[in-house]
Design a protein around this ligand. Structure first.
Ligand SMILES: C[S@@+](CC[C@H](N)C(=O)[O-])C[C@H]1O[C@@H](n2cnc3c(N)ncnc32)[C@H](O)[C@@H]1O
Length: 271
């Protein structure tokens, strides 16, 4: 199984830490061949979307809304499309869009989880996702007059995900199951930066535990690549791994001097 960057598919939502734009830098450091791709922290599943057709892969994310999007696209993309068309029409024709956005944001009953997620992602401020300690989504309205919620590649995405295993487990459990022949792309919330994708967050102890489990996966014969921030703690944690530098264009400030590229790290082992 291989990557096919030329024909990669576009993810249906924006995501903090998404790797779509970094794939050209990352993929040259990935193994040429493997039996199965495993993404324990999949988010937009950007790597899986760059796999050649007929690949088998396992995507996992503890965020249950992200999980709902992938499952709905795989199981019934036409129904998902209709849900998005309805929400889009309601938002675009609505007079008080801020009130509508807030009503959807406060609506936490577990129906139309995937549609609600896409609306908040496209109509919220800068496509951000952030939850408080109770798991409540708390991103302000993005002041958009119109939103386009319906991706044009839903059928293609659905076909691609027919061969996928999709779960919403703590990533540790997924890494523990990795075996010889697997390629694991491990992309956790970065150390010392944003980690509010889930109410649990991701602590320093979690990073230490993850590093140990990844080491054990390599011992079982898996090929492993791990992305993280360029901090001293992370450099020490993966000091026995091969380290590569990746440059992400800065997005922190709208002022030009705040847009310096940010150095991130990629660690590889087992191949
Ligand atoms: C840096 S993002 C991954 C981005 C992804 N590679 C992409 O290209 O979109 C980290 C992801 O880990 C998920 N996550 C956070 N804690 C987790 C955990 N304990 N187990 C599994 N997933 C977790 C978040 O919901 C988020 O989607």
């Amino acid at each position: 199984m291989k990557f096919d960057l030329k024909n990669r598919m576009k993810p249906p939502f924006k995501w903090v830490g998404g790797k779509s734009r970094l794939l050209d830098q990352l993929v040259p450091h990935f193994p040429m061949e493997f039996d199965r791709l495993v993404e324990p922290f999949c988010g937009t599943a950007s790597l899986s979307l760059a796999l050649e057709p007929n690949a088998s892969f396992w995507i996992n994310d503890l965020n249950t809304e992200v999980f709902a999007v992938w499952v709905d696209i795989r199981n019934d993309w036409k129904k998902f499309r209709i849900k998005l068309i309805c929400l889009q029409a309601e938002y675009n024709k609505c007079f008080d869009k801020e009130a509508f956005y807030k009503s959807i944001r406060e609506y936490t009953i577990q129906t139309n989880v995937s549609g609600r997620f896409i609306l908040l992602n496209k109509a919220g401020f800068n496509g951000l996702y952030r939850v408080n300690q109770k798991g409540g989504f708390n991103v302000p309205w993005g002041k958009r007059e119109k939103v386009a919620l319906v991706p044009d590649n839903l059928e293609q995405l659905s076909e691609h995900f027919q061969r996928a295993k999709i779960t919403t487990l703590p990533a540790f459990e997924v890494v523990e199951e990795a075996k010889a022949g697997d390629f694991l792309y491990v992309d956790p919330p970065y150390h010392d930066t944003f980690s509010s994708y889930t109410k649990e967050g991701f602590s320093t102890d979690d990073h230490t535990k993850l590093a140990l489990l990844c080491e054990e996966a390599v011992e079982r014969g898996a090929k492993v690549a791990i992305s993280n921030s360029n901090t001293e703690f992370i450099q020490n944690l993966y000091s026995t791994w091969t380290c590569h530098e990746v440059l992400r264009s800065g997005t922190i400030s709208s002022k030009s001097e705040g847009r310096q590229p940010v150095r991130e790290l990629l660690f590889t082992k087992g191949y």
